[in-house]
Write a protein that binds this ligand. Structure first.
Ligand code: AP5
Ligand code: MG
Ligand code: ZN
Length: 214
């Protein structure tokens, strides 16, 4: 099963992807994570992506479509893949359709996690991520057992660099202007599954699982 996971910044895409990987054996393909890894390694794509990410803007489509295509070409998807944070505008959605046709890949569902905007800011400011394994925590909603240390691997927890107030505001605006139109786009195609993301993490996951099983 191949799915697209959509939702505003802080909706819980990464959190739910982590569960889908663990419980359903899917592979996570997060464009945000791939760009952060590229930045760390100072690759061409990483250097170009950095200035956009630091401002909370979308990385140009041609760079983004290329890294997704490259990853999809590699295959090795276990029980399927989760596109986390891609596509993020109509042009990317159309590109994905072309890529899928070329590679003979089928997207089975588009899952949209819906959360009120006021809640997102609180979630993002409390988020902490493991430097070693990428697991996601939250100071308030999902604290690690020992502060600053990953429960799973003992790695160091850090805060992302695009989490200051101004950048978060820009990310939310970018979402409204460019990504939200995709809700109509996929609704019109009859492919959208809407999930209430304003519940406990496990309840969100159970809703996603139930809907996917249908
Ligand atoms: P990306 O890394 O994708 O960031 P994002 O979309 O802003 O989303 P986040 O990762 O911040 O949130 P999330 O939904 O994964 O939430 P999480 O599970 O962590 O993109 C970053 C940047 O990369 C973009 O700004 C852009 O520049 C670039 N980029 C990426 N993709 C691109 C593309 N396709 N095209 C162009 N540019 C692209 O949860 C957040 C927090 O809330 C955590 O602390 C978590 O523990 C907590 N939480 C989760 N669920 C719940 C719950 N149910 N209740 C309480 N707390 C919860
Ligand atoms: Mg994420
Ligand atoms: Zn870890």
């Amino acid at each position: 099963m191949n799915i697209i996971l959509m939702g505003p910044p802080g909706a819980g895409k990464g959190t739910q992807a982590e569960k889908l990987v663990e419980k359903l054996g899917l592979v996570q393909i997060s464009t945000g994570d791939m760009f952060r890894a590229a930045m760390k390694e100072n690759t061409d794509a990483g250097v170009r992506a950095k200035s956009f990410m630091d401002q909370g803007l979308l990385v140009p489509d041609e760079i983004t479509n290329d890294i997704v295509k490259e990853r999809l070409l590699q295959g090795n998807f276990g029980n399927g893949f989760i596109l986390d944070g891609y596509p993020r505008n109509v042009f990317q959605a159309e590109s994905l359709e072309k890529i899928s046709e070329e590679l003979n890949i089928k997207i089975d569902a588009v899952v949209n996690i819906d959360v009120d905007f006021e809640k997102l800011i609180g979630r993002l400011s409390g988020r902490r991520i493991c430097r070693s394994c990428g697991a996601t925590y939250n100071l308030k909603f999902k604290p690690s057992k020992v502060e600053g240390v990953c429960d799973k691997c003992g790695g160091e927890l850090y805060q992302r660099s695009d989490e200051d107030e101004e950048t978060v505001k820009t990310r939310l605006n970018t979402y409204v202007e460019q990504t939200q139109p995709l809700i109509d786009y996929y609704t019109n195609k009859g492919e959208l599954i809407n999930i209430n993301g304003d519940q406990a993490m496990d309840d969100v996951f159970n809703d996603i699982k139930t809907q996917l099983e249908k």
